[in-house]
Design a protein around this ligand. Structure first.
Ligand SMILES: [Zn+2]
Ligand SMILES: [Zn+2]
Length: 303
């Protein structure tokens, strides 16, 4: 968690917007498919499965991709890590190497021109525009930002076959309930979850909510994003303590992902769980909270 400034030469400022047609087609298809849920006949017995899928996708993304492989907020058996990452892959959010690289760049260059998805380029750019922009992140940047992950054979395989888990899940739902169930049981919860994660990048770096810590960028704690994104909305806490497995640091702050990590720990499936002690937090608070704002040309803090 030692703070550091990164020279802007490490990552050039991305060029002008270039529409990524593959991403655009993908988003169009999954959003169109999800919209079919409101047209096709609905079965109430699908509701528990759709809600459960939303939670599974959420846990895979928040616990697996974010807190585990991006920040190493805890350790666990490889089988648990792969299971969590596979759950996240059902969302089609890109391979874990690209996801981790994008997110680590975000922490290193939060809300400065080198950031991948800062809403300072516009709310909708931070929300989804960056995914449609070929210039936002390079295909090979994971080689620089994911040196700890780049030899994992499963993650390397997912670089080429990232949609396989998603297609398998769609096939499973279709075999169980028929193709007419796919929009309501799979695509709708998936698209809703995608937007919950997008809100962490847009709404939690916008002017809503509050900033408990001076982190030198625009991260905010937004309670309703925390509710939708299973705890990820306490984003200012997260930027202040990036390695913390717990984002909802204060009593009463909903953080379902943290509770899941606690359950894993109780089962002996997680250890070395990182949480800043009360003394550490108090020291930072007494010292005027966090780092001074970083000059735009230099980038921001890293964890
Ligand atoms: Zn952020
Ligand atoms: Zn993070």
């Amino acid at each position: 968690m030692s703070p550091a400034l990164l020279p802007s030469a490490l990552r050039p400022v991305p060029g002008p917007f270039q529409l990524d047609m593959v991403a655009a087609r993908y988003l169009l298809i999954v959003h169109g498919g999800a919209a079919l849920a409101f047209v096709l006949p609905w079965q109430w017995r699908w509701l528990p499965g759709a809600v459960a899928l939303y939670v599974v996708l959420g846990i895979g993304t928040t616990v697996g991709l974010h807190r585990l492989i991006c920040h190493r907020a805890f350790r666990c058996p490889r089988s648990v890590e792969w299971a969590l990452v596979t759950a996240a892959m059902l969302t089609g959010q890109g391979s874990p190497l690209l996801w981790a690289a994008t997110h680590r760049i975000h922490h290193a260059f939060s809300d400065v021109p080198q950031d991948v998805h800062s809403p300072r380029r516009g709310f909708w750019y931070g929300h989804v525009g960056w995914i449609l922009d070929r210039s936002s992140v390079g295909d090979d940047e994971w080689r620089v930002w994911c040196k700890d992950l780049r030899h994992d054979p499963y993650y390397l395989w997912l670089l080429r076959f990232r949609l396989v888990p998603q297609f398998a899940a769609i096939g499973f739902v279709a075999a169980l309930e028929g193709w007419a169930a796919v929009p309501a049981c799979f695509l709708l919860p998936m698209v809703l979850w995608m937007h919950a994660t997008y809100l962490v990048n847009s709404a939690s770096h916008w002017s809503w909510g509050s900033a408990a810590w001076r982190t030198g960028e625009g991260s905010r704690n937004v309670w309703w994003v925390a509710l939708l994104a299973l705890g990820e909305g306490w984003h200012n806490h997260h930027h202040a303590f990036p390695r913390s497995a717990r984002h909802g640091l204060l009593p009463g702050q909903f953080d379902f992902a943290w509770w899941f990590i606690c359950a894993l720990e109780r089962l002996g499936l997680a250890w070395d769980v990182q949480v800043p002690s009360a003394a550490t937090q108090a020291r930072r608070a007494a010292a005027g909270c966090q780092a001074q704002p970083v000059p735009l040309a230099l980038g921001s803090r890293v964890n």
